[in-house]
Design a protein around this ligand. Structure first.
Ligand SMILES: [Zn+2]
Length: 78
């Protein structure tokens, strides 16, 4: 995987790795990127079964607060 440039594109400050938190029914979960537009589901709110899901990494600039997110596919051998 290519290394991520952790310099803020807005101000040139240092970016810190983290993630955006989803809180659902008392569980703390990292946000995921899901392929395709959202479809409503009676049972779960939004259909995600059978769709590609990737974990989202979000970097925050310590100087200005700018957020930059990546949903990177895993490559072979990692
Ligand atoms: Zn910045």
């Amino acid at each position: 995987m290519k290394p991520i440039n952790t310099t803020c594109p807005e101000c040139g400050g240092a970016m810190v790795e983290g993630f955006l938190l989803d809180i659902a029914q008392g569980l703390n979960l990292p946000t995921s990127w899901v392929e395709e537009p959202p479809e409503k589901s009676f049972w779960t709110g939004t259909k995600v079964k059978g769709k590609e899901k990737l974990p989202v990494q979000t970097y925050r600039c310590a100087a200005c607060g700018f957020l930059k997110s990546y949903a990177r596919a895993k490559e072979e051998g990692e």
